[in-house]
Design a protein around this ligand. Structure first.
Ligand SMILES: NC(=O)c1ccc[n+]([C@@H]2O[C@H](COP(=O)([O-])OP(=O)(O)OC[C@H]3O[C@@H](n4cnc5c(N)ncnc54)[C@H](OP(=O)(O)O)[C@@H]3O)[C@@H](O)[C@H]2O)c1
Length: 315
C-alpha cells in the first residue's frame, strides 16, 4: 500500500510517499481503507520531534513509528476477533495519535472510531476527530460548561477553535470568541455572540468576566485567566517559555485551571457525529489536498493560519 513515511525528525520535506506493507489486523482493531485525512498541529510536532520532551513518547533519536497521521475517515475492510461494534463495509472515522493514518490502509483500535453519519462525506468526517474531540473535551469534560454560562474562547478560527465556538453554542452557552480581524466575519458565522479581534484589542487587558476561559492558542497568562474567568482550560501552547511559568504558577494557585491531552473515544466521536448530522456543527474545510500533497498540507498547517480545517483525499 502507499503511505506517507518518515525515518528521521525534520520538516515536511523529509516525508516520502512510498510502498509499504499493509498493516496486519489485531484482535481489538479494525483495518480501515482510508478515504480522507485531515492535518493537525500534532502532525508537525511529531514530524519535527518538537517540543523535545515529546521524543520520550515518539522516539528519542528517531521516530518509532514510520507512518505519519492521526485523523482519518474510510471504510472498514477487516474486523478483529474481539470487535463487535463494527462490520466490514461500515463507514467510520477516528484518530490514531500513534500515527499510521496517512496511508491507504490504517489499523486502529475500535474504541477510537465511530460510524459516520449517513450522507456526510469522508473529508468532512476526517476533519473532525482530533480537533472536534479536543474542543468537546475542553468545554464539556474539563470545562464543565453548563447551559446559560458564558465562555471566552481564545483562538476561535482554527481547527479546535471553530469546533469549540459551535459546540459551546450547541450546549447553550454565550460565546465570546477571539481571532484575527481577517477571520472575525467567519467566526461570527459560526454563531459567536461577540467576536474580539486580537489585532485590534489587547486581550491581555480585556476586562470582560466569564464563567469559563478556553485558550486554544496558548498565549494567555495566569493573570489573564484569573482576571477574566472563574475556571480555565488550556488547550494549545505557544512556547515552553510561556507554558512552564504558567504551569508553575498554577501549582501554587487555587484558580481551577486544567491542562489536558485530548483522547478519542467512541462516545465522544458519536456526540460529534450527531451534532454534525443535526446541523449544529458545520465543519469548515479551508483547503483540500491530494494524498500526494500531504507534505504541502503539513506545511500549510504549520503556518498556524488555518481557517477551520485542512483535508487530504486518497483518490
Ligand atoms: N491539548 C490537546 O490535547 C490538544 C489537541 C489538539 C490541539 N492542541 C493544540 O491546540 C492548538 C490549536 O490547534 P488547532 O488544531 O486549532 O490549530 P490550527 O487549526 O492550526 O489553528 C491555528 C489558529 O491559531 C490562530 N492564532 C494564531 N495566532 C493567534 C493569536 N495570537 N491569538 C489567537 N489565535 C491565534 C489562528 O487564527 P487567526 O488566523 O484568526 O489568528 C489559527 O486559526 C495547537 O497548539 C495544538 O497543538 C492541543
Amino acid at each position: 500500500m502507499k503511505a506517507i513515511t518518515k525515518t528521521k525528525y525534520g520538516g515536511p520535506e523529509i516525508l516520502q510517499l512510498e510502498e509499504v506493507e499493509k498493516p496486519s489486523l489485531k484482535d481489538d482493531h479494525i483495518l480501515v481503507k482510508v478515504a480522507a485525512n485531515s492535518a493537525n498541529p500534532a502532525d508537525w510536532h511529531i514530524l519535527r520531534g518538537k517540543p523535545f520532551f515529546a521524543r520520550f513518547s515518539f522516539g528519542l533519536f528517531k521516530p518509532k513509528d514510520k507512518i505519519l497521521g492521526a485523523d482519518f475517515a474510510g471504510i472498514v475492510e477487516e474486523v478483529g476477533n474481539n470487535v463487535a461494534q463494527f462490520k466490514i463495509g461500515d463507514r467510520v472515522f477516528g484518530e490514531t495519535l500513534k500515527g499510521g493514518a496517512f496511508a491507504e490502509y490504517t489499523c486502529v483500535p475500535a474504541n477510537v472510531c465511530a460510524i459516520m453519519p449517513e450522507e456526510i462525506d469522508f473529508p468532512i468526517m476526517a476533519s473532525v476527530p482530533v480537533a472536534g474531540i479536543t474542543a468537546l473535551q475542553a468545554l464539556i469534560t474539563h470545562g464543565q460548561l453548563k447551559e446559560g454560562e458564558s465562555v471566552f474562547i481564545n483562538g476561535s478560527s482554527g481547527g479546535v477553535g471553530h469546533f469549540a465556538v459551535q459546540i459551546a453554542k450547541a450546549y447553550g452557552a454565550h460565546v465570546t470568541a477571539v481571532c484575527s480581524s481577517k477571520n472575525s466575519g467567519f467566526v461570527k458565522t459560526l454563531g459567536a455572540d461577540q467576536v474580539i479581534a486580537y489585532d485590534q484589542e489587547n486581550i491581555h487587558q480585556h476586562k470582560g468576566k466569564y464563567n469559563l476561559i478556553i485558550d486554544t492558542h496558548g498565549n494567555l497568562s495566569h493573570k489573564d485567566y484569573k482576571r477574566m474567568g472563574q475556571r480555565g482550560v488550556m488547550v494549545g501552547f505557544t512556547t515552553m517559555g510561556h507554558m512552564i511559568p504558567l504551569l508553575l504558577k498554577q501549582v501554587f494557585s487555587k484558580f481551577p485551571l486544567v491542562q489536558f491531552t485530548a483522547e478519542a473515544n467512541t462516545k465522544d466521536l458519536e456526540t460529534l457525529a450527531s451534532l454534525i448530522q443535526n446541523g449544529k456543527i458545520k465543519v469548515h474545510i479551508e483547503k483540500t489536498y491530494s494524498y500526494k500533497e500531504i507534505p504541502k498540507a503539513i506545511s500549510y498547517i504549520e503556518a498556524m493560519r488555518t481557517k477551520g480545517k485542512v483535508a487530504m483525499v486518497w483518490t
